[in-house]
Ligand binder design. Sequence first.
Ligand code: ADP
Ligand code: MG
Length: 327
Amino acid sequence: MIRFENVTKNYTTDKTAVNQISLNIKDGEFFVFIGPSGCGKTTTLKMINRLIPLTTGTIYINEKRISDYDIHELRWDIGYVLQQIALFPHMTIEENIAIVPELKKWDKDKIHARVTELLEMVGLDPEIYRHRKPKELSGGEQQRVGVVRALAADPSIILMDEPFSALDPISRQKLQQDIHALQKKIKKTIVFVTHDMQEAVALGDRICLMQDGQIVQCDTPENILQHPANEFVRNFVESGNLQTNPVLTSNHTVQELLDAELYLPYREGDGETAVSVQSPLELLVKRLAYEHTVPIENQQGEMIAIVSGQHVMRFLAAQLEEGGGHS
Ligand code: ADP
Ligand code: MG
């Protein structure tokens, strides 16, 4: 668990970047910091691994103050992924991934096996990619390497600062799905910074919305969307395009989406795949069998909601209950 206790950061005496924040991030949680540029997200994230020293307050990891950890122990046990992929250009992909395992003095065979496993995890053929240099990879591929490099030495916490914001929308969505699936599998604590509300909703177990160095609301995506704490949150949510329409949170809105047939057509094979013979619900369930979240678009191709398996399960559970109640 990561615990912030009244944490403040002043870069200069007259400017408070982070102001008295207190919060708990649970083990295995996907925790998202979001807010406008300059609100203090990066500063908050970097204080966790002591890349930035805090001014007052305390951060604990597993109830031990971060200042009491050996700095190397702390850094090596916290993976870190940045927006600008910081792969070393003169090193191969294998060497890039192996940096922390090397520092930890793992033996060669173990490192080789780990690199193979990690590249496979993100769909990069190890025998092709391990010997390549970063510039021989696309932006999306480099970012995948950036992500698995952070996982290489099996840290329990991973910090990610706008890791996908430099990517094109398609790579970005693919990587979002990958990281979501990965986290469910490896159950790491991920602290993720973004300024994109859609991304926050798609990924976060909880979302912490910041403004001027303070926490405005920290809650599940559902609660933030359904019960914004104030006007600022409401506006922020709306700026993310998730507003007006059913952001998928209740059975009612799932029903609305199904009724309105606001579907991203099933894009597989020739693209015409039997849309007409499948009900919207079948289509949705099929997509969710392979993807963790499905974006729903309107006729104009604008994303208006993100559906997760959990939403659909809740919807189905409610239908079952209704049916049961009458029998
Ligand atoms: P965000 O990541 O949310 O965009 P930051 O944490 O980077 O915000 O910055 C928070 C505030 O602290 C901003 O006002 C920024 O200008 C200021 N700031 C960030 N880094 C420094 C620095 N090294 N020196 C002085 N001020 C800084
Ligand atoms: Mg930042």
